[in-house]
Design a protein around this ligand. Structure first.
Ligand code: FCB
Length: 439
């Protein structure tokens, strides 16, 4: 495998998110977000982690950009913390926060690392959750729009690759369906909730907020700034375990309730049929005007893909399996089912459990095998016509992995959590070979 096996101009990068890497979550004027509140409850993560420090990228972004340069990456996908820019969700901006992203972007550009910027990655300002229940209220739409507008205005002269929201399905489902993510709402959850209705309401507002931000970008900035804007969606590939009608239908349902939940409205202007049938009146409607706004609201689709599950009617699984051909099928499904959009692989990677000590943690041969096989499958999808413009590995660093705390590690680079020294794993050398075509 080498860079030459991919189309000209194909972009290689790594992805992260503000909350997972920045640290300093309550410093430099940043307002709390829903994860800060959520993690206060003992047992929220197996290691009782907080992200108050995590890997301290806020201070060490130069080291991290330098690592990217050494490996040969072209781009870095990071997210902007809404509550670092607007500690109150709206209103007055926080200059320290605004300046941080200026420094990061400028340093990246000075080093030829292209910014791919995500506006929202699970970290809603806590005040908006307090004031009106966050994503459950339509009030979040204009607030998100104002935040997005500010970011386009402030950074858009240098940022040409925008994404509104990362994995709205994860946000809607885990935040409001099973309570696994902040704000931790579900039927019977400590923070209250109603799993039968709230995920769909939150999902609806996530889509509307996305579309509203895209509209602002297109109306006010896109032509002048000459960039693109899209959304990032999580997509497990689902394969029927047996070719029985039950399993095939269960597979179809699984696809429609995950990728389809967002891809259908964005492509066709309405929710997928299975969802409308099964969720019924609990599924909000798009008005004609909203539907028009939502349809076509992405220049590019970010596909975050990690694994494939076999589906049996009523089965459920939680692990990441290594199924390279599932990646091929997932990408081809997006191409064939949703009018052949431009695709960016927004995330792909594998975590490491078990040995966490140096030097063993650096010998990540299993991760190299994973990347090698998955990238071969991506190459195959491109050869078969998928319009894929880039690929982002999750993640450069071992970082704060949400409900797993620091017990699950996806990084190409190990971080000593006492000294914050970064140690490249073998997979960085493998990537370097591929990207620099040194084979
Ligand atoms: C994705 C999330 C990202 C990280 C990876 C491992 O679903 O977008 O923040 O947790 O999984």
């Amino acid at each position: 495998l080498s860079r030459d096996s991919f189309p000209k101009g194909f972009v290689f990068g790594t992805a992260s998110s503000a909350y997972q890497v920045e640290g300093n979550s309550l410093k430099y004027g940043r307002g709390p977000c829903i994860w800060d509140t959520f993690l206060k409850f003992p047992g929220a993560t197996p290691d009782n982690a907080t992200a108050n420090v995590t890997v301290d990228e806020y201070h060490r972004y130069m080291d991290d950009v330098d690592s990217m340069v050494r490996v040969g990456f072209d781009a870095y996908r990071f997210s902007i913390s809404w509550s670092r820019i607007f500690p109150n969700g709206i209103g007055r901006f926080n200059k320290d926060g605004v300046d941080y992203y200026h420094r990061l972007i400028d340093y990246m550009l000075a080093n030829n690392i292209t910014p791919y910027v995500v506006l929202y990655h699970y970290d809603l300002p806590e005040v908006l959750n307090n004031q009106y229940n966050g994503w459950l209220s339509p009030k979040v739409v204009p607030d998100f729009m104002a935040f997005a507008d500010f970011c386009f205005k402030t950074y858009g002269n240098r940022v040409k690759n925008w994404f509104t929201i990362n994995e709205p399905r994860m946000m809607a489902w885990h935040g409001y369906g099973d309570g696994f993510f902040a704000p931790g709402r579900c039927t019977g959850c400590r923070f209250g909730g109603n799993s039968a209705t709230e995920p769909y309401i939150a999902g609806h507002h996530l889509i509307l907020a996305h579309a509203a931000a895209v509209q602002v970008y297109r109306d006010k900035y896109q032509r002048r700034q000459n960039g693109t804007i899209g959304i990032l969606l999580d997509f497990v590939w689902y394969e029927p375990l047996t070719y029985t009608v039950e399993d095939e239908y269960a597979t179809h349902r699984a696809r429609e309730f995950t990728l389809g939940w967002y891809m259908h409205p964005i492509t066709f202007g309405h929710y997928p049929e299975t969802m409308r049938k099964l969720v019924g009146s609990r599924l909000p409607n798009f008005t004609a005007e909203q539907s028009k706004l939502v349809q076509g609201s992405a220049d590019i689709i970010g596909v975050n893909h990690y694994t494939t599950y076999y589906v049996r009617h009523h089965a459920f699984s939680k692990w990441l399996y290594v199924v390279p051909w599932g990646f091929y099928k997932a990408v081809m499904h997006v191409k064939n089912k949703f009018r052949d959009p431009l695709i960016l692989i927004g995330e792909n990677g594998i975590d490491q459990s078990g040995s966490d000590t140096l030097p063993h943690a650096l010998y990540d041969t299993f991760r190299i095998d994973y990347f090698d096989q998955y990238l071969h499958e991506l190459k195959r999808a491109i050869a078969d016509g998928a319009r894929v413009t880039g690929y982002f590995a999750w993640s450069l660093l071992d970082n704060f992995e949400w409900r797993m705390g620091f017990t699950s590690k996806f990084g190409l680079v190990y971080v000593d959590r006492k000294t914050f020294t970064r140690y490249p794993k073998d997979s960085t050398r493998w990537f370097r070979k591929v990207i620099k075509s040194e084979e």
